[in-house]
Design a protein around this ligand. Structure first.
Ligand code: NAD
Ligand code: MG
Length: 396
C-alpha cells in the first residue's frame, strides 16, 4: 500500500493525480491533501478520498473547510499556513509525496519531502530552477528518490538505462553511452504567428495551448517558451547534463514527449497522448506500470510528426533561460522570480506579452553574479528579484 501526500491537490496536476489514484484505491491511500485556498474543491476531494489531513494555506479558507466537514460529520484534521504544507510533506506515515504546487511557493514543501527521505514525484520544476544543486545534493544525503513528473523529463527518464535512472542528479551520461538529451516542446500557440503580432497578443490567446490543458502560469510560459527554458534547467540538474548534452527541438504535435540519443546512433523516444495522467501514473507505479485512464495513441489518425529548430527571435525567453542555466544558480533563481511576476502582470493586462522577456532580462542581468550558498540566500535573492521586477514593472 502506498501512503501519499499531494501538494497542490486542487491544481491541474493535483486533479490529474487524484484521477489516477481514483482508479487504484486498493493500492494507494491518500494521507494528506494540501492547496492554497480552494475550499470547495478541497471539500469534494476530502469527502471522496478521506485523507487524515487537509491543508489550506489561507486561514479563512481553512475555517470554512472545517465548518463544511463538520456539517458532513467527517473527521479530518484541517491545518492552515505555509508551515503546515511542509508538515504534511514529511509525515511519518507517508512514503510518497506528489510535489505539484506552482511556482517558488513549492520550494520549501518539496525540500521538506526530500529531507524526510520520501519518494518525491516532482512536478514543481521551480524547485530545481531555484535550487537545483542543493536539491539534488539533499536528495542524495537523505536517501530521497526523485521521480520526474514533468512530461519531458518523465519521457527522458523512461528512455534512460536503469543504471542512470538509479543515479539521478549524479549520473554520467557519456559513460552510459548517451550522446544527447533531446528536449521537445510544441512551440506554444504563437509558433506560426507573425513576429510583429506578438506584442499585442492577449492573455486569453496566450493560455489557449494547442495541445495541453494546464494551469494559467505554465500556459503563458509555454507561449513564451520560458517553460522550455525552465525545463532545460530542470534537465541539467536531473540528468547532470553539460551544455552540449541537451538540445531543444520544436515538435508541434506533442506526440513525442522527449528523446535520448545514444552514441551508437539509436534514438529512444517516449510517445503518447498529451495527457499528464501518463507521466503521473508512471511515477506513481515505477518500476511497474498501471492504467492511467489515458486512451491509447492512434497512429492512423495522428497525421504527420514534424520538427523545427527553435528561433530565438520568436522565443527570446528560451535563450535567456539557457544562458541563465550556464551562468549559475543566482541567475536562474532571479529569472524564475522575475518571470512569475511578469507572467502575473501580463495575465492582469498590466504589461504586454513581449515585455515578459524585457523584464526578466533586466532582473537577471542585475542579479546573476550573486552567490547562493544555501537555501536562505536563495530565498532572499528570490525576494530581491521580485522587488526589482516590481520596480521595472512600474517603469513599463
Ligand atoms: P495550478 O495553478 O493548476 O495549481 C497549483 C496548485 O498549487 C493549486 O493546488 C494551488 O492551490 C497550489 N498553490 C498555489 N500557491 C500555493 C501556496 N503558496 N502554497 C500552497 N499551495 C499553493 O498549476 P499546475 O499547472 O497544476 O502546475 C503545478 C506545477 O506542476 C508547476 O510547478 C508546473 O510547472 C508543473 N507542471 C505542470 C504541468 C501541467 O500540465 N499542468 C506539466 C508539467 C509541470
Ligand atoms: Mg513539461
Amino acid at each position: 500500500m502506498m501512503h501519499l501526500t499531494i501538494l497542490g491537490a486542487t491544481g491541474s496536476i493535483g486533479r490529474s493525480t487524484l484521477d489516477v489514484v481514483r482508479r487504484h484505491r486498493e493500492h494507494i491511500q491518500v494521507v494528506a491533501l494540501a492547496a492554497h485556498s480552494d475550499a470547495e474543491r478541497m471539500l469534494a476531494d476530502c469527502l471522496e478520498f478521506q485523507p487524515r489531513y487537509a491543508v489550506l494555506v489561507q486561514e479563512e479558507a481553512a475555517v470554512s473547510l472545517r465548518l463544511a466537514l463538520a456539517e458532513h460529520n467527517v473527521a479530518i484534521d484541517v491545518l492552515s499556513g505555509p508551515q503546515a504544507v511542509c508538515e504534511v510533506a514529511r509525515l511519518h506515515e507517508v512514503d510518497t509525496v506528489m510535489a505539484a504546487i506552482v511556482g517558488a511557493a513549492g520550494l520549501l514543501p518539496s525540500m521538506a519531502a526530500i529531507k524526510a527521505g520520501k519518494r518525491v514525484l516532482l512536478a514543481n520544476k521551480e524547485s530545481l530552477v531555484m535550487s537545483g544543486a542543493l536539491f539534488m545534493q539533499a536528495a542524495r544525503e537523505h536517501g530521497a528518490c526523485i521521480l520526474p513528473v514533468d512530461s519531458e523529463h518523465n519521457a527522458i527518464f523512461q528512455c534512460l538505462p536503469e543504471s542512470v535512472q538509479a543515479e539521478l542528479g549524479h549520473c554520467d551520461l557519456a559513460a552510459a553511452g548517451i550522446h544527447k538529451i533531446l528536449l521537445t516542446g510544441s512551440g506554444g500557440p504563437f509558433r506560426f504567428s507573425p513576429l510583429d503580432m506578438l506584442s499585442s497578443v492577449t492573455p486569453a490567446q496566450a493560455i489557449a495551448h494547442p495541445n495541453w490543458s494546464m494551469g494559467r502560469k505554465i500556459s503563458v510560459d509555454s507561449a513564451t517558451m520560458m517553460n522550455k527554458g525552465l525545463e532545460f534547467i530542470e534537465a541539467k540538474w536531473l540528468f547532470n547534463a553539460a551544455d552540449s548534452q541537451i538540445q531543444v527541438i520544436i515538435h508541434p504535435q506533442s506526440v513525442i514527449h522527449s528523446m535520448v540519443q545514444y552514441q551508437d546512433g539509436s534514438v529512444l523516444a517516449q510517445m503518447g497522448r498529451p495527457d499528464m495522467r501518463t507521466p503521473i501514473a508512471h511515477a506513481l507505479a515505477y518500476p511497474q506500470r498501471i492504467a492511467s485512464g489515458v486512451e491509447a495513441l492512434d497512429f492512423f489518425s495522428q497525421g504527420e510528426l514534424t520538427f523545427l529548430q527553435p528561433d530565438y527571435q520568436r522565443y527570446p525567453c528560451l535563450k535567456l533561460a539557457i544562458d541563465a542555466c550556464w551562468a549559475g544558480q543566482a541567475a536562474t533563481t532571479a529569472l524564475n522570480a522575475a518571470n512569475e511576476l511578469a507572467v502575473a502582470a501580463f495575465l492582469d493586462e498590466r504589461i504586454r506579452f513581449t515585455d515578459i522577456h524585457q523584464l526578466c532580462y533586466r532582473v537577471v542581468e542585475q542579479l546573476s553574479s550573486r552567490s547562493t550558498p544555501d537555501l536562505d540566500t536563495i530565498l532572499e535573492l528570490d525576494s530581491e528579484a521580485r522587488r526589482l521586477a516590481l520596480r521595472y514593472l512600474q517603469e513599463i
